[in-house]
Design a protein around this ligand. Sequence first.
Ligand SMILES: Nc1ncnc2c1ncn2[C@@H]1O[C@H](COP(=O)(O)OP(=O)(O)OP(=O)(O)O)[C@@H](O)[C@H]1O
Length: 250
Amino acid sequence: MQAPYIQLKEIRLTFDKDQKDTIRRFSLNIKEGEFISIVGKSGCGKTSLLQMVAGMKKPTSGLITIGGHEVKEPVDELSYVFQKPILLEWKTILENVLLPLQLKRKLTERDTNKAKEMLDRVGLTDAIHKFPYECSGGMQSRVAIVRALLDKPQILLMDEPFSALDSFTRDQLHVQLNELIDTYKPTVLFVTHDLQEAFFLSDRIILLGGEPGRILQEYQVPFTRPRQKSILFDQSFYNFQQDMNERLQS
Ligand SMILES: Nc1ncnc2c1ncn2[C@@H]1O[C@H](COP(=O)(O)OP(=O)(O)OP(=O)(O)O)[C@@H](O)[C@H]1O
């Protein structure tokens, strides 16, 4: 059996030792290249889990490993996409995309060409010299995704990246994200409240809930990636929705 690439073992998280645990006995093995969505009610600890995998927050107890090495500090081979795109207003779209690389090393012509090519793939060729205030929310979200993938991270953490967008823009972004993920093949941990989004994008969906937060249900999506939106008309999506909704209500 393939060894897990990311392993979370018996994770417990508490913010104050006198208070109840936020997360307890959370264990999950993630394969390299897998796309995992974490869904669950507000406050059940989804963001905290991503932050612990990123090495930005320490579990109170338990072990997190990446490639067999314990996560003890912020992880290098990882990119994070937040709910808000967080672009620098005084830099152009192209400059925003190149910024993380520029902070690491001297930029090359190849980097710039790569950034332009990726922006082109998500339909932003005409926007590369624009500033963020001249771009819509959907365009800014595309920029944040391209920026996160430019340096080919092994791990991509995405925390509700599309939640502020309308459903039409979100649909477009799902397809474009799928294509980019298929090219760069990072291991993805994706937080969302949207079951349709989780089903369309993921290999596996983890329903987090309860007090303290723990895994209530795991669901393997029975389709290979990348996918067509037509899978959302399949009976398995209907069954999945029913099952998850029942568990979320209980
Ligand atoms: N630094 C902190 N200090 C104290 N409590 C915190 C801290 N960070 C998070 N919490 C609490 O931990 C719980 C889990 O927070 P977290 O942000 O991980 O949840 P979430 O599932 O991502 O929520 P949402 O869906 O609303 O973003 C919440 O009750 C939150 O108030």
